[in-house]
Ligand binder design. Sequence first.
Ligand code: ATP
Ligand code: MG
Ligand code: MG
Length: 545
Amino acid sequence: TLPDKLNFIEEIIEESIRQGEPRIHTRFPPEPNGYLHIGHAKSICLNFGLAKKYNGKCNLRFDDTNPVKEDVEYVDSIKEDIQWLGFQWDGEYYASDYFEKLYLWAEELICKGLAYVDNQTQEEIRLNRGTVQKAGVDSPYRNRTVEENLQLFRDMRAGKYADGAMVLRAKIDMAHPNMLLRDPLMYRIIHTDHHRTGSSWCIYPMYDYAHGQSDSIERITHSICTLEFDVHRPLYDWFIEKLNIFPSHQYEFARLNLNYTVMSKRKLLHLVQEGYVSSWDDPRMPTICGLRRRGYTPASLRLFAEKVGVAKRDNVIDLGLLEWCVREDLNKSAQRRMAVLDPIRVVITNYPQEKVEYIECVNNPEDVQAGTRSVPFSRNLYIDRDDFMENPPKKYFRLQPGGEVRLRYGYLIRCEEVIKEADGKVVELRCSYDPQSAHGESSDGRKVKGIIHWVEQKAAVEAEVRLFDRLFVSEDPEEGDGYLANLNPDSLKVVKGYLEPSLAQAIVGEKFQFERIGYFTADYDHTKERPIFNRTVGLKDSWSK
Ligand code: ATP
Ligand code: MG
Ligand code: MG
């Protein structure tokens, strides 16, 4: 077989290897201010995947430079999610471990005349930065002496000033065409304890000052980030050049966007805090823990990352691709079971009253190793309301008055009588069965096209079945009045299902295909006494329809 076509990041890496790069070292740098989502999964698969492919290393680095929004709860969840996805980092690092080093480098830049303390207010700094059309205005504090800057910066660190009183800025060019190079902020004063460094610091570095230097400290060769950081690259390079330290390089790829999905951590946090969803791991959330609870597998998310590929331009991926990936994986691995989610009773009038027989059912036609199980059968069954129509159109092959259908793994039955409630709702079907038809044949060779699933009434396990749908009604959740206005009011429907008995024994997280319905997993709250199943995804084309 031909090797797969390289993506553009792989081309860059292979070119640097040809140029003599002796090793490949990537990193995944989450800020611990929320749970990871499917976009992060893409970045994880890319960074860890490249390290694996090129025999290199990948660090996990917590980009924990803003104490206000960060927490250990998030650190722990991030580690759990990466490992669950199937990756293991080579080094575990924290940008906060570099605070002292970063501080000393800032003093070095001050000494080189490349940084200064600015007392302007946030508002003045913003206004004096100018616009794309108009050069900025130099701060009146821009030409402080090195000694004065050093003293002020040390006093900032020592806690002599209040939040916002002054900042440290790089001294670059207030007329630079790239706005990010108009004397960018390096440090601000925040009198807030940090989840790792406690009260040691009251000045914290900005992302742009911390990120490249952290890469350099770890001798990262390929620092891969999303496209919106391309304008930051000159600044990334500027700090490294002026400090004359290990030259890490930044490369940008298009972030993952999914339709019907929001991916900003701020918005996801809002959904949790305001109770629009139950938690970060609500199965409707695009978080890795939400997808896990929904029934997604690590392999399905890795497959998704691979299918999405690595793009140079922003695009929006269809949620259907993610659903396709989990079907693809579960089709191979999930055992089949029968379940009825909207029941009609069936009485097989010519089947012996008290008799129960056990029918062998194939666990997974895609996997012979999965074996068989026996499922009870009697004269009282449930079938799904969907599988019966009183006045069907032509080519309807499921059950209809006077019509015949095969019960999955079982007999042919014919509908003889329809029993309705006063309001006309069908509640029971009186049927007859062909005793000769147990093994796929009818007694006289007549052909029956439809096959439907069923569950024996007495042995059925009653379960709470959570039918999840998209969290947003619009492809672009931001359109119109914004994402909160576009929430899908029917994103969760809870029904009582009747399941074949073995499903009570399911363990939490176990995955099944409910035949002809979809893929389901036992929820975290599932117990034998109170079974609960989540619908991961429906079957696109069910085999008998
Ligand atoms: P958010 O905007 O949701 O807060 P973020 O990018 O600030 O996300 P980080 O914790 O900084 O979140 O992200 C860690 C890494 O994951 C970064 O390298 C970032 O580029 C990458 N990443 C985040 N979102 C996506 C996405 N949608 N697609 C691909 N990579 C992403
Ligand atoms: Mg970020
Ligand atoms: Mg962010």
